[in-house]
Design a protein around this ligand. Structure first.
Ligand code: MYA
Ligand code: JJ1
Length: 388
């Protein structure tokens, strides 16, 4: 069934429900001197390359590879279109390793045909904080699919992560593999009903007309929360405190310090938006929300080429109800001309999804840990981790 994944230190399907297995690392670290020192072998026509994301040319090559070959929906109508600025943001957090930005080139032409990345993260699992890698952007050119290149790439990034003395990883995928930490559902809040219907992202249901849809999804023209403003550098310490306290409630969540909050949450045009609520009397930061910009290419539509989507990121509410905070996020996303606002059913999102007229998507997102076993899968609401 899973000739590759059966050989890896991940929870196996045959062990699901076996509560005699202990929680924690599946295999023990080895000495760094015992980690394989040479890269894994690629088929002869190909070679490894480190993708220097500081270089505009390399960043552009990665962008083009992903734009043409990365994740699509089930009906191949849309393909994720991460921007260059987004890739730079996502791949260069504090403490990142250049050696974890791995490409595969055709030896003869130097054309970039595959990619995989890791970034470091301190992940808390129950009461243990474990240094991990978040692995993302695994992509093999469409013409090289089903040649077992992906397992070689996964083994190679594992080796390079081990060389930094890190032995666990977290990753997400739209496909079911052995075995999910959690199975999460995508939800979508329509902002631009006409376009979403025109491009096949959504359809008019029974007894729904275009004008009724437009009315249904209408939002106030300005935000409602007093003291709401864009996050600034001076807010970092307060936001870090709010976020650390909040994430401590979940079974699995990253831990962020000030430098990481600055990196992951300070607003960057067309990449990440964050807003705080500053109490008008005390000047305290009481709440914040954030969302990132991830457009999708619309494949084969005569009228439109990109779908502008916002994805909810980290949100913390201590004084403004989360529903109201998220409604303000929707209003801002609408003002910024997003077509749709997306969310997963993780953290405390479930209650606001229904209330704010999100609809269930046809996609699921499976979360996984590498070399770390949990006795049972988590409910989405027990997960405090968002991956890009
Ligand atoms: S998820 C996004 C993945 N990318 C895409 O979906 C983009 C479009 N698709 C492609 O580019 C290709 O189809 C990919 C597979 C590259 C996905 N995660 O080479 P193959 C297994 C893990 O013949 P291809 C993301 O980026 C498959 O079950 N494994 O197949 C997170 C089979 O193994 P087995 C996957 O289609 C990535 C084998 O690969 C995935 O040409 C996390 C077939 O290989 C997948 N998404 O290429 C990676 N899809 O026989 C794991 C297929 O056993 C990281 N497969 O079933 C693990 C942690 C590592 C670090 C550890 C540190 C300590
Ligand atoms: O975007 C997704 N689905 C959309 C479009 C579906 C088009 C036909 N397949 C969707 N639209 C319905 C919205 C509608 C709005 C009004 C109310 C009712 C609902 O469902 C899906 C998620 O749902 N996205 C994907 O399938 C993309 C891949 C997801 C896996 C991502 C893998 C992550 C990579 C590693 O980090």
């Amino acid at each position: 069934q899973h000739k590759f994944w059966e050989t890896q230190p991940v929870g196996q399907f045959k062990d699901v429900g076996n509560s005699s297995l202990p929680e924690g690392p599946i295999e023990q670290p080895t000495l760094l001197s015992e980690v394989k020192q040479e890269p894994y072998n690629l088929p002869n026509l190909y070679e490894w390359t480190v993708c220097d994301m500081d270089s505009d040319d390399v960043c552009n090559e990665v962008y083009v590879l992903l734009t043409n070959n990365y994740v699509e929906d089930d009906d191949n109508l849309f393909r994720f279109n991460y921007s260059k600025e987004f890739l730079r943001w996502g791949l260069r957090p504090p403490g990142y390793f250049r050696s974890w930005h791995i490409g595969v080139r055709v030896k003869a032409s130097k054309k970039l045909v595959a990619f995989i990345t890791g970034v470091p993260v301190k992940m808390r699992v129950r009461d243990e904080v474990v240094q991990m890698a978040e692995v993302n952007f695994l992509c093999v050119h469409k013409k090289l699919r089903s040649k077992r290149l992906a397992p070689v790439m996964i083994k190679e990034i594992t080796r390079r992560i081990h060389l930094e003395n890190i032995w666990q990883a977290a990753y997400t995928a739209g496909v079911l593999l052995p075995t999910p930490l959690a199975t999460c559902q995508y939800w979508h809040r329509t902002l631009n009903p006409k376009k979403l219907i025109d491009v096949g992202f959504s359809r008019l249901g029974d007894r729904m007309t275009m004008s009724r849809a437009i009315k249904l999804y209408k939002l106030p023209s300005s935000t409602v929360t007093p003291g709401l403003r864009k996050m600034e550098a001076r807010d970092v310490p307060a936001v870090t405190r709010l976020l650390r306290d909040y994430l401590s409630r979940f079974v699995v969540a990253p831990t962020f310090d000030d430098a990481e909050v600055e990196h992951w949450l300070l607003p960057q045009e067309n990449v990440i938006e964050s807003y705080v609520v500053e109490c008008l009397e005390t000047r305290e930061i009481t709440d914040f929300f954030s969302f990132y910009t991830l457009p999708s290419s619309i494949l084969n539509n005569p009228n439109y080429s990109t779908l502008k989507a916002a994805y909810t990121f980290y949100n913390v509410s201590t004084s403004t109800p989360l529903v109201q905070l998220t409604q303000d996020a929707l209003i801002i996303a609408k003002q910024k001309d997003f077509d749709v606002f997306n969310a997963l059913d993780i953290m405390e999102n479930e209650p606001f999804l229904k209330e704010l007229k999100f609809g269930r998507g046809d996609g699921q997102l499976y979360y996984y840990l590498y070399n770390y076993r949990l006795r049972d899968a988590l409910r989405p609401s027990e997960l405090g981790l968002v991956m890009l």
